[in-house]
Design a protein around this ligand. Structure first.
Ligand code: ADP
Ligand code: MG
Length: 630
């Protein structure tokens, strides 16, 4: 009895397929890499299953992938003796977009085919890429430990059929019926060259039928073709660095990361001693779409003594290095390790420390030797690395050296100033690293708080990423210099300011009346009104206490729904400013009150905060404008 069944693809599958065909048309050969990669993964999984249950292990010739080209039938067939799939597995794996990554990817699509085509380059396209070259695909698979096989078939349009089938041994066979435009892949030499290109690093032998050159002697029967290995079949990371070319490293990156771009950098190390491991770690050149998704799969491919154990072993990387891809092959961990054991093994902690150090070293080397490349890393992953000082106290110093900021000393918003560079530029008598935090770069750059720093030629770091305030809170100091938010606390610009302190005292006495009047009008809104040395051009600015929440952090927490105690900042006024002088001379108490409120609201606006009562501010301003033009 045949229990043939026809099922519909999820609608996403169809869209994905069309996009893929469109975007990969000029690079169609990659379907072969995907299918070989799947076969190799399946063999890795079977090897792993056989650790527990040796009856699942393959006998005979060992693990292999066979690729068979039939030039007459225009078919290309891949046969592996990996883990195989049950009927349910096939439906799940080849019929639905079950993988969270793919589903999330589909969410990102804009509908603009041009844009979406670029996006797809960032993702593993996987099994569906078969349909780039085939108008019909058959899969016959039998799972290890099961007796029955299943056949899946589809033209890649709306549906697929599923049926009982025969297969002598566990494993999977994929038969591509090549379409008219892809007949080049019905040629052995063409297929062989593509496999060479993509599969040398795969540790499983890939075999093709080779016919030995016929001998001169016509009497003899034509030589029989035999299965020959055509790839190197040695796991790339087990080879020595000097033997591996950049192209091979790049190709391997694509295999482990499902990312189609070139990696930015990699680090390949073999370590013997107390810990015995090999790591091959890559920094991607582009952010994955789910970089900010807490649930996204991340981590290294874990091997133990060359045997594949698991994908996405996240225990070997801290969260702030979650963009790193690669392989970790340990000699010491037990083969029967589970995710639970990984969580609490001291050996895993040591490996994680070692891997973390490798990545940080790779990054600092890059920063030193190729600042342009480092900049492109920073632009993509800087905000992730900024989580580092909070997460990894032990490596705080190292991470701090890798941070880059925008600066008042440069014209654009590029984050390219290091703390080390800043310290080298510090002026005589300066003993702190100054920064300002705002919601965006322009607000930071034009912050009134910077005025005096500009006047004195002191550099200020301009921070405008959401994480920045938090980052600085964990950093505290660098190279013995404290990090100081210039909108907090009393401003002390070092020894050169004795004179200014005297001026400040004088300003206090001279303007006692004005300060008192301001204080009484702004009662309940500010905790104090005092003269300032911060300002040269603006009339006033707001300052919070040294240990209070900064304005940016406040906005973030409020937006997240946190109840915060009311803040009463300090209003600092520039007593030499025309507006402030005019206020001092103002006899009409109502008008004075209007001006005082405007002064406060303007200081609030300048730091990028919202007014509590914008309508009243507008009304007050308009009243003044009308009086002015009267
Ligand atoms: P990915 O490999 O990224 O998971 P694919 O689209 O390439 O995505 O494959 C989907 C799934 O189908 C795989 O995860 C695997 O479970 C299954 N699969 C594909 N090819 C094979 C194969 N040759 N043997 C066993 N399972 C396979
Ligand atoms: Mg795949």
């Amino acid at each position: 009895m045949s229990d043939k069944q026809t099922m519909g693809f999820q609608t996403e599958a169809k869209r994905l397929l069309q996009l893929m065909i469109h975007s990969l048309y000029s690079n169609r050969e990659i379907f072969l890499r995907e299918l070989i990669s799947n076969a190799s993964d399946a063999i890795d999984k079977r090897r792993f299953a056989a650790i527990e249950d040796s009856s699942l292990d393959v006998g005979g010739e060992g693990y292999e992938i066979r690729v068979d080209v039939n030039e007459d039938e225009k078919t290309l067939t891949l046969i592996d003796n990996g883990i195989g799939m049950s009927r349910d597995d096939i439906i799940e794996n080849l019929g639905t977009i079950a993988k969270s990554g793919t589903a999330a990817f589909m969410d990102q699509l804009s509908g603009d085919q041009q844009k979406d085509s670029q996006l797809i380059g960032q993702f593993g396209v996987g099994f569906y890429s078969s349909f780039i070259v085939a108008d019909r695909v058959e899969v016959i698979s039998r799972k290890v430990g099961e007796e029955t096989a299943t056949r899946w078939e589809s033209t890649g349009e709306d549906e697929f059929s599923i049926d009982a089938a025969e297969r002598d041994a566990p494993g999977t066979t994929v038969i591509l019926h090549l379409d008219g435009e892809a007949e080049e892949f019905a040629s052995s030499w063409r297929v062989r060259s593509v496999i060479k290109k993509y599969s040398d690093h795969i540790s499983v032998p890939v075999l093709m039928l080779e016919t030995p050159p016929s001998t001169e002697d016509d009497e003899e029967a034509a030589p029989e073709p035999s299965w020959e290995r055509i790839n190197e079949a040695k796991a790339l990371w087990t080879r020595s660095r000097s033997e591996v070319t950049d192209d091979e490293y790049t190709e391997f990156y694509r295999h482990v990361s499902s990312d189609y771009q070139d990696p930015l950098s990699w680090s390949h190390n073999r370590v013997e001693g107390k810990l015995d491991y090999t790591s091959l770690l890559y920094v991607p050149s582009q952010a994955p779409f789910d970089l900010w998704n807490r649930e996204a799969a991340r981590g290294l491919k874990l091997y133990i003594q060359r045997t594949f154990i698991m994908d996405d072993a996240e225990q070997f990387l801290p969260l702030y290095l979650r963009f790193v891809k690669g392989v970790l092959d340990s000699q010491d961990l037990p083969l029967n390790i589970s995710r639970e054991i990984l969580q609490q093994s001291p050996q895993v902690d040591s490996l994680r420390n070692a891997v973390t150090k490798r990545v940080l070293d790779m990054l600092s080397k890059m920063a030193k030797s190729d600042s342009e490349k480092y900049q492109s890393f920073w632009d993509v992953f800087g905000n992730v690395l900024k989580e580092g000082p909070g997460e990894d106290f032990a490596n705080r110093e190292k991470i701090a050296e890798l941070l880059r900021f925008a600066s008042s000393h440069s014209d654009d918003a590029t984050q390219n100033v290091s703390l080390k560079g800043y310290v080298e530029r510090m002026i005589d008598g300066q003993d702190a690293i100054y920064y300002v935090v705002a919601d965006n770069h322009v607000t930071a750059k034009n912050s009134p708080h910077i005025e005096v720093f500009r006047k004195k030629g002191i550099e200020v770091l301009l921070l405008s990423d959401r994480i920045d305030d938090w980052l600085m809170g964990h950093l505290n100091e660098f190279d013995g210099k404290s990090l100081k938010d210039i909108a907090k606390g009393e401003l002390d610009l070092g020894e050169s300011t004795e004179e200014e302190k005297a001026e400040l005292e004088a300003a206090k006495t001279e303007n006692e009346g004005l300060l008192e009047r301001l204080k009484s009008v702004l009662e309940g809104k500010v905790s104090e009104v005092r003269p300032t040395i911060r300002l040269t051009d603006s009339p006033a600015c707001l300052v919070v206490g040294e240990h209070e929440l900064g304005a940016q952090m406040r906005r973030i927490l409020e937006a997240a729904g946190q109840e915060l105690p009311d803040s009463e900042p300090i209003l600092e006024v520039n007593t030499s400013h025309g507006l402030v002088k005019r206020m001092d001379a103002e006899q009409d108490e109502d008008r004075f009150a209007d001006l005082a409120l405007i002064l406060l609201d303007q200081a609030t606006l300048a730091e990028g905060s919202q007014l509590e009562d914008p309508a009243s501010y507008v009304a007050r301003m308009n009243k003044l404008l009308v009086e002015m033009s009267a």
